[in-house]
Design a protein around this ligand. Structure first.
Ligand code: KIV
Length: 268
């Protein structure tokens, strides 16, 4: 039997019990339903939808209204998993008031149970203010995609001492601000291990090595649906692109040959 509904306190307890946390992105009802029924702990409505759903070159063009739309759909498909919505670029950086208002919309309008915010030291006051009004926050440090222009591209962070210290300081700030968990993206595995050891809140890694408290992947990457580029940390657990292509080719051939619809799929 599948364990009960996953909640924010439950995610924190999973670290304390030494249980690994699983998270995948979802952007619509059907995927949300399938991943939820399969038993994933967290459904993250990531702004990665900019790439895999919208075909954008980065996450920067994704808007608040688009994120709310996709979050509503995922929430309808989620029974057990904790649903976390990514706050998109410019929806939380302009002012703390704006951040609180927009974070609240994800809970009030979309039905999410938590929001995710990129940034560490610079976001301390913002995260604190959102948490204080009762909205659980998941942090996100390391390679934060909304800052790609500052990084000069999708580059692994924390490779030298200065960057390492910066990633650690960011992670500690996120914990101090009251976040319930934190995504560590694109950092060396040993740094992922050190941050995980230093924090009491769970770390969810993506390209951050084996020692994080949990792992997250973009669902289109791990199912082999998105092949524009594949980062080193992605493991393809299926080739859904291949399966879809074969199914579509068979449909085209059967329609052209007059084999579909057959008796079984016709009304009389
Ligand atoms: O947008 C996203 O999907 C994310 C995950 C990759 C962590 O932030």
């Amino acid at each position: 039997m599948m364990p009960a509904k996953v909640t924010v306190p439950e995610i924190i307890k999973m670290k304390q019990r030494g249980e690994k946390i699983t998270a995948l992105t979802a952007y619509d009802y059907s995927f949300g339903r399938i991943l939820d029924a399969a038993g994933v702990d967290i459904l993250l409505v990531g702004d990665s939808l900019g790439s895999v759903i919208q075909g954008q070159k980065s996450t920067l063009p994704v808007t608040l209204e688009e994120m709310i739309y996709h979050t509503k759909a995922v929430v309808r498909g989620a029974e057990r998993a904790l649903t976390v919505a990514d706050m998109p670029f410019l929806s939380y950086q302009v002012s703390v008031e704006q951040a609180k208002q927009n974070a609240g919309r994800f809970l009030q309008e979309a039905g999410a149970e938590a929001v995710k915010i990129e940034g560490g030291v610079a976001m301390l006051e913002t995260i604190k203010a959102i948490v204080q009004i009762g909205i659980p926050v998941m942090g996100h440090v390391g390679l934060t995609p909304q800052s790609i222009h500052r990084f000069g591209g999708y580059k692994v962070q924390g490779k030298d001492k200065k960057q390492r210290d910066a990633v650690l300081a960011d992670a500690l700030s996120v914990e101090e601000a009251g976040a319930f968990s934190i995504v560590l993206e694109g950092i060396p595995a040993d740094l992922g291990q050190e941050v995980t050891r230093r924090l009491t809140i769970p770390t969810i890694g993506i390209g951050a090595g084996l020692h994080c408290d949990g792992q997250v992947l973009v669902v289109h990457d791990m199912l082999g649906l998105f092949d524009m580029y594949t980062p080193k940390f992605v493991k393809k657990y299926a080739d859904l692109k291949g399966i879809m292509s074969e199914a579509v080719k068979t449909f085209i051939a059967e329609v052209r040959e007059g084999k579909f619809p057959d008796e079984q799929h016709s009304f009389h």
